[in-house]
Design a binder for this molecule. Structure first.
Ligand code: SF4
Ligand code: SF3
Length: 542
């Protein structure tokens, strides 16, 4: 196997024996196979020059999403997707034949899809099939960005939003990176264009979420527990928590959010449910301990899954949905009406003890762009008077590495007149520190999930307008982003597309960015890694 898509990749270069995330070499091979089928389907669809059918769009989105770090560890689930993709590819090949359309002569297009050849094709189609490091890097940057787009697109479609242009771009990008002779310039172009569609998909999801559940508003979320049995729901899919809240109403079961589901509390149409009682635990990587003490069932709507220890007391209590999967865990299918039936989860919850309390207090959030605009006068006044010196965007992901203590220490070391703008699970490093407020404006403003990083771009453009700045890079905003998986990749590409310069990413630079590509990103966008807390504060804040 060879996988280098996340920040925790082995030795900072690539996992080759087993994933640090727990992914087995066999699973990695099936994911490589699935991605080659995705490239084949995308290339043929693009060459046909017509809009993709719903089946093709659903396949591309689901397949890309399922290969995101910590989303799906279930070989059978991945192989079922391979089968679906091959069947669709055959249909597209017939369409091309009937229309006399010549298809490019790529391995991914012409591979026959025989089951007996799955294993060898998976081996052939790994990341290292591209020998040139820079070309490989640009192709991977594109496909990792597409994975992020797929995840956000999936959530938006579950709320009824679709966008043919985004799917058409996915096919175009897949065709571009599949071409064995694609040159550096073409690939760099497609990487940057991926950022544009990153902005579009985040805007689409923002619209889907706010139209369905209202505008996020300032909310205090309880982090303690009640006395009733609970269901813990993790991941990013708001439609799933809505279904669960409706089905658990009046059953005597409480619902708790976990990890990236925390922002569900900020939406009026979700927080109205009285049995949505709080948030349990922290970011994804602490789940082994937290799921054990939660006592009740856990539902994964998206990544991040950590494979449980062999003797874990919660393995029988975990359910997956959507593109996620784990061998031996029950998977809840989506019904014809787009809804889920959580009755099995609810029945199990009734037999469980209430969660064990692991902390008490509350956290404050709900500062997506509309809520920030509502405070605009206060914010502008505070900037003009000097009460706010600077904003630091610290959005992104959290992870296991010790080096991530940087973000907690950085947050603590910031002068009291600096405001942190956050989103994604990175916030768990500092959202319980009680960093206080500036004239009533909290010093940690949480916009929501990682996709809500979009809000900080919207806010930056609004501030540019208010302050009459020529460029958003002239504003007192420093971008110090923590990354882990591929949704952070699309957030980064989206910010580059919007013209944000001098973004710092950490705790380490991506292994999939080659030296040559890094140089391009440094020269054109001022991209940089983070340093020590003292040095970064001195250089970029004071
Ligand atoms: Fe390694 Fe990350 Fe890939 Fe898992 S997702 S195999 S940890 S690079
Ligand atoms: Fe977290 Fe996985 Fe990325 Fe949505 S849940 S930010 S790491």
């Amino acid at each position: 196997m060879f996988c280098f898509q996340c920040q925790e990749t082995a030795k900072g270069t690539g996992c080759t024996i087993k994933g640090v995330c727990g992914k087995e070499a066999e699973t990695s091979k099936w994911q490589d196979l699935l991605l080659s089928v995705v490239r084949g389907v995308g290339t043929i669809q693009h060459t046909l020059g017509e809009n993709a059918s719903k089946e093709v769009a659903d396949f591309l989105v689901d397949a890309l999403f399922s290969t995101i770090t910590n989303a799906n560890f279930d070989d059978q689930s991945i192989l079922n997707k391979v089968d679906t993709g091959i069947a669709l590819k055959k249909q597209l090949l017939e369409t091309a034949l009937s229309k006399n359309i010549t298809l490019p002569n790529y391995q991914e297009v012409h591979w026959g899809g025989e089951k007996s050849d799955y294993s060898e094709e998976g081996e052939r189609e790994g990341v290292l099939r591209n020998e040139n490091a820079d070309l490989r890097s640009l192709k991977e940057l594109t496909v990792l960005g597409l994975k992020g787009i797929a995840a956000y697109y999936d959530h938006a479609t579950r709320l009824g939003e679709t966008n043919e242009e985004i799917i058409a771009f996915m096919c175009k990008a897949l065709a571009t990176i599949t071409a064995p002779d694609a040159d550096k310039e073409t690939l760099l172009g497609i990487v940057l264009e991926t950022g544009k569609y990153g902005v579009d998909v985040m805007a689409l999801l923002d619209k889907a979420n706010t139209e369905a559940y209202g505008t996020p508003e300032l909310t205090k979320v309880n982090i303690g527990v009640g006395k009733k049995p609970g269901i813990l729901i993790s991941g990013h899919d708001l439609k799933d928590i809505e279904d669960l809240l409706i089905q658990t109403e009046g059953t005597g079961i409480d619902v708790y959010t976990h990890g990236e589901m925390l922002p569900a509390h900020y939406y009026p149409q979700l927080k109205k449910y009285k049995h949505l009682v709080g948030n349990y635990g922290n970011a994804w990587w602490k789940q082994k301990e937290e799921f054990a003490s939660f006592n009740g069932p856990i539902v994964f709507t998206t990544n991040c899954i950590v494979p449980p220890a062999k003797n874990a007391n919660y393995a029988e209590r975990v359910f997956t949905t959507n593109s996620t999967g784990f061998p031996g865990w029950k998977h809840i299918a989506t019904g014809e009406d787009g809804k889920k039936d959580f009755s099995e989860v609810i029945a199990l919850a009734k037999t469980c003890k209430a969660p064990q309390e692991i902390e008490t207090g509350e956290i404050v959030g709900g500062f997506a762009h509309a809520q920030v605009f509502a405070l605009a006068d206060q914010v502008v006044e505070a900037v003009k008077s000097g009460a706010i010196r600077k904003f630091v965007v610290m959005s992104g992901c959290d992870g296991r590495m010790k080096s991530r203590n940087y973000y907690e220490e950085f947050a603590k070391a910031l002068p009291k007149d600096v405001v942190i703008l956050t989103s994604g699970c990175a916030k768990y490093r500092y959202n319980k520190l009680n960093l206080g407020d500036i004239n009533g404006i909290p010093r940690v403003l949480d916009a929501g999930q990682c996709n809500d990083s979009y809000s900080w771009a919207v806010v930056a453009f609004k501030l540019k307008e208010i302050f009459g700045a020529n460029d958003i890079n002239d504003l007192p905003i420093f971008f110090n982003i923590a990354w882990y998986e591929q949704k952070a990749v699309i957030v980064l590409l989206a910010l580059l597309h919007l013209g944000v310069k001098n973004i710092h990413i950490g705790p380490t630079l991506p292994a999939f960015v080659s030296e040559g590509v890094l140089q391009v990103l440094v020269d054109n966008f001022g991209l940089a890694g983070n340093s020590t807390v003292e040095e970064d504060i001195q250089k970029y804040i004071l």
